[in-house]
Design a protein around this ligand. Structure first.
Ligand code: SF4
Ligand code: SF4
Length: 169
């Protein structure tokens, strides 16, 4: 070896006598395992046990349905325009009600939605909000397109989210 060469590092760990006989280390490891087993568990037995999120949770976007059954949406199309995934399709129609317009068709393609919440942010009517629903499963692509029948949700089920938005938005 020339004077300029750096000697290769020894990669062997200097074990103590107790470490070399292994048994105490195994006992230490097992005691840690048993201690952890007795600590409170954070995992849930889903789907038997359901996780109920707080108002800050962003589940699938839904349309707010008032207590009298009317929809809040006035079909302005802002949510559709802002959606980065091009997941929302709205078709407006006129009505005799006070708000004059409503969405004759409102669809969200849940295969495209990325749960960004932009639709909720931009809505001037607080008509589309992120719900607590995280259970999305389809067996074909058509079932992933949610129409008004799946989107309209009674306001009392969305109150947590609406309260959260009024406080922090
Ligand atoms: S949450 Fe985002 S991606 Fe999903 S529909 Fe709303 S704007 Fe589009
Ligand atoms: S949900 Fe809101 S932003 Fe979207 S069309 Fe209806 S009123 Fe406009």
């Amino acid at each position: 070896m020339s004077d300029n060469q750096i000697p290769a590092k020894k990669r062997i760990k200097d074990l103590t006598f107790m470490e070399k006989i292994y048994i105490p280390e195994i006992v230490k490891g097992m005691s840690l395992t048993f201690k952890t087993m007795l600590k409170p568990k954070f995992t849930m037995q889903y789907p038997e046990e359901k996780y109920i999120p707080s108002g800050s949770y962003r589940g699938r976007p839904v349309l707010v349905q008032e207590e009298n059954g009317e929809e809040r949406c006035v079909a302005c199309g802002l949510c559709s325009r802002v959606c980065p995934a091009l997941a929302i399709e709205v078709q407006a129609a006129e009505t005799d009600r006070e708000k004059e317009r409503y969405p004759v068709k409102f669809e969200i393609n849940m295969l495209r939605c990325i749960f960004c919440g932009f639709c909720e942010d931009v809505c001037p009517e607080e008509a589309i909000v992120m719900s607590k629903d995280y259970e999305l499963a389809f067996t074909n692509r058509e079932d992933g397109i949610y129409g008004k029948d799946k989107l309209l949700t009674p306001i009392n089920e969305l109150q947590d989210r609406i309260d959260f938005l009024r406080k922090y938005k």
